[in-house]
Design a protein around this ligand. Structure first.
Ligand SMILES: Cc1cc2nc3c(=O)[nH]c(=O)nc-3n(C[C@H](O)[C@H](O)[C@H](O)COP(=O)(O)O)c2cc1C
Length: 354
């Protein structure tokens, strides 16, 4: 397996499987001298961890991170930052039934086809448990970029959509409900809907919106490594993500240039921001905003037809502790991946400007 490293200069290499002893990573390229707020790192992990509310998987993991290198007297030293999160609450027997069978729309069959061997316990490396390592690295990337503000929130669960723009929202309300939706009324509807979906043994998808504020202009390399291309790759690398759009996105395709163009103010800012803060692949100093679509995840507590590894038709019913809707837990993952992209492009920018 390759491709376990993300980033060019600010790099995260992640390791580990869902039911192995630990997951973790090595952050390479993080500049020295960053005073780390360890509580802020743990806070982001707590926003991702299982068992945090009645609408997420009831697996109980403390998800406490331990650092082994790269930090001295509270500051990064510039050497690789090694860390691990020990797995404590595995129930591997819950996965015995998928040892020889494939969950429809999960990664079971493609892993078997590709590697010929699969750690089926908890989904192994295909489990979103891996994303806890991204959250640790992203929390450090945020601290490397203290002036930039990363805010993600849930803007849709199934058909329940929030129709307010981010400028109308009070971001302080995001963490005040288990869905992480800053529209309190919609949050209640979403929460009830997720509970109903769980009762039915089903799953539902959703959308996470993200806003990045205070971004300096000039980040992003304008040909293959466009800022929005890097963000797109980062988001699409998150488990269960099916779509990414930034700025005016797919809606913008219906518009005319005469209405869509962002006209300038005298100070170089723009009157509108349909570009989503990025032009020609480079940040222009306006807010960057984008949406990430998550599918209804594969493991449902209903009986389904599938096949086993001999190609025989079998019936399968999901077992174990799963998420009926992953978006509430994926909010800090989206922020983390956005922070990793901006940290990397900030360092790259130092290489291309005198
Ligand atoms: C926070 C989070 C939690 C997830 N929890 C589950 C889960 O409980 N059950 C499940 O089948 N998939 C879950 N997934 C999704 C799977 O990891 C993912 O669907 C699987 O690896 C196949 O990859 P793909 O959907 O990107 O093709 C979760 C994803 C995220 C982001």
């Amino acid at each position: 397996m390759s491709g376990n490293t993300f980033g060019n200069l600010f790099q995260l290499t992640s390791f580990g499987e869902s039911h192995g002893p630990a997951i973790g990573g090595v952050i390479d390229g993080c500049p020295s001298g960053i005073e780390l707020d360890m509580e802020a790192i743990q806070r982001d992990l707590n926003r991702r961890k299982p068992g945090q509310s009645a609408i997420v998987t009831q697996r109980k993991e403390p998800d406490e991170v331990e650092f082994f290198s790269g930090i001295f007297e509270g500051k990064t030293t510039g050497v690789p930052i090694g860390f691990a999160i020990f797995n404590t609450n595995q129930k591997s027997r819950d996965y015995d039934h998928i040892k020889d069978q494939y969950r429809p729309s999960h990664a079971d069959k493609v892993y078997d086809d590709k590697y010929g061997v699969r750690d089926y316990r908890g989904g192994g490396r295909s489990s979103a448990r891996e994303t806890a390592s991204r959250v640790v690295a992203g929390a450090i990337a945020k601290q490397f970029l203290p002036d930039i503000k990363f805010t993600a929130y849930v803007s849709a669960v199934g058909e329940i959509q929030m129709d307010k723009s981010y400028q109308e929202l009070d971001f302080k309300t995001i963490e005040q409900n288990p869905v992480r939706c800053p529209d309190p009324q919609k949050a209640v509807e979403m929460e009830q809907y997720i509970k109903q979906i769980r009762k039915e043994g089903d799953t539902v998808g959703g959308i996470i919106s993200c806003v990045i504020q205070n971004v300096p202009s000039g980040l992003g390399e304008p040909v293959f490594n466009k800022l929005h291309a890097e963000l797109g790759k980062a988001m699409l690398s998150i488990n269960a993500v099916k779509g990414f759009e930034y700025g005016s996105g797919f809606e913008g395709s219906k518009d005319r240039g005469s209405n869509h163009n962002d006209l300038y103010n005298a100070d170089g800012t723009t009157k509108t921001n349909k570009s989503g803060g990025i032009q020609g692949g480079i940040s222009n100093g306006m807010d960057i905003y984008f949406k990430v679509a998550f599918k209804p995840v594969a493991t449902i507590m209903q009986s389904q037809q599938t096949i086993n590894n001999k190609g025989e038709a079998v019936e399968m019913t999901g077992k174990g502790r799963h998420d009926p809707c992953v978006v509430p837990r994926a909010v800090p993952i989206v922020e983390a991946m956005a922070a990793l992209v901006l940290a990397d492009l900030t360092l790259l920018n130092r290489a291309v400007k005198k």
